[in-house]
Ligand binder design. Structure first.
Ligand SMILES: *Cc1c(COP(=O)(O)O)cnc(C)c1O
Length: 341
């Protein structure tokens, strides 16, 4: 039986074309900057996000932490949302690696209030830490896309106070697809951006960090310190190039599938689906009103070949991806109805 994996878009396997490209990849030692495939990937990645340079990193977490480490000095303060990935899901790395203090603002569904950001930027005072960085996340891991206006207003404030902005764009291309803009329209509101090759874009491993040439030169050395200087990384780069060249445009199919799944699930009595939050490939719902045990749902779905995550903070999350087609969506809906009605 085919397995349908709704846990995340990180579960995506590489495509056949990626596997072939990896097999044939021309590689070299990338610490010596000798890997032509990684060079090509870094140039291409920088170009599509409108930055001077880019760097291949092992993971999204690595890229974010490297950005903090490169932008900030120890003891600096970073302004960011209380529900962002850097705060919630990176193991407290900011305090261990960059040695920075995180100043969290309460986010409104992923968006920071720009006036509050302005207020929280530190003045020069012997008692105060220096504000080293502002981070935003787009698309947000709550499934929503941050508006252009919000990004713009935060960026303007940051520029007026000479504070850099880093964007956690793990799902940057999902955001561009939702907003129906070229990705540079988003990345023009940040100084550095991290985006994942290994999520909806299907590459097996890797993320990119992009920014100015000077920033990337410094980040390259810090990447080495962090143990992320990889040798024949072109095998991964080859898959990454296909991810960026061929897999970006189709993300809208995942979004359409998620929206249809969400709408159909909302028809099931007692299931509260957060339809307004389905901007990309994620469907969040609450099942407490059904009276059905969420752990049992996991088991029953598993029996039908559908893998789902257990409940987290009272919410279930289903994520669509390249390997889940329209027929699979029908089957998921049918299975949910069978179990819950
Ligand atoms: C997945 C994700 C990351 C981290 O990526 P990993 O490759 O899993 O380390 C960072 N930020 C956001 C918003 C993510 O969704």
């Amino acid at each position: 039986m085919k397995k349908i994996d709704l846990r995340s878009d990180t579960v995506t396997q590489p495509t056949q074309k990626m596997r072939e490209a990896m097999f044939h990849a021309v590689v070299g030692d990338d610490v010596y900057e000798d890997d032509p495939t990684i060079k090509e990937l870094e140039e291409y990645a920088a170009k599509i996000v409108g930055k001077e340079d880019a760097l291949f990193v092992p993971s999204g977490t690595f890229g974010n932490q490297l950005a903090l480490f490169t932008h900030c000095k120890r003891g600096d303060e970073v302004i960011l949302g209380d529900d962002c990935h850097i705060v919630m899901h990176e193991v407290g790395g900011a305090s261990v690696i960059a040695g920075v203090q995180l100043r969290t603002l309460m986010s409104d569904k992923g968006e920071l209030n720009s006036n509050e950001v302005a207020e929280k930027i530190r003045e020069d005072d012997i008692h105060f830490p220096s504000t080293g960085l502002i981070c935003i996340e787009n698309a947000h891991s709550n499934g929503r896309v941050i508006s252009m206006e919000n990004m713009k207003s935060i960026y303007q404030i940051a520029k007026s106070r000479q504070i850099p902005v880093h964007m956690d764009g793990a799902r940057l291309f999902n955001a561009a697809s939702y907003l129906e803009v070229n990705v540079v329209e988003i990345t023009k509101y940040c100084d550095s951006v991290m985006f994942c090759l290994s999520k909806g874009l299907c590459a097996p491993i890797g993320s990119m960090l992009a920014g100015t040439k000077n920033f990337i030169d410094h980040a390259r050395k810090k990447r080495k310190l962090m143990g992320g200087g990889l040798r024949q990384a072109g095998f991964l780069g080859a898959a990454g190039l296909i991810a960026l060249k061929e897999m970006r445009e189709r993300l809208k199919e995942d979004h359409e599938n998620a929206l249809r799944l969400g709408k159909e699930l909302s028809q099931i009595p007692g299931l509260e689906v957060f339809l307004d939050d389905i901007h990309i490939n994620m469907v969040y719902f609450c099942m407490s009103q059904t009276g059905y045990n969420p752990d049992r749902l996991v088991e029953e779905m598993n029996k039908r070949g559908i893998i789902i995550n257990p409940i987290e903070d009272g919410m279930m999350r289903y994520v669509t991806n390249y390997w889940i087609n329209q027929g699979d969506i029908d089957y998921i809906i049918k299975s949910m109805r069978e179990i819950l009605i």
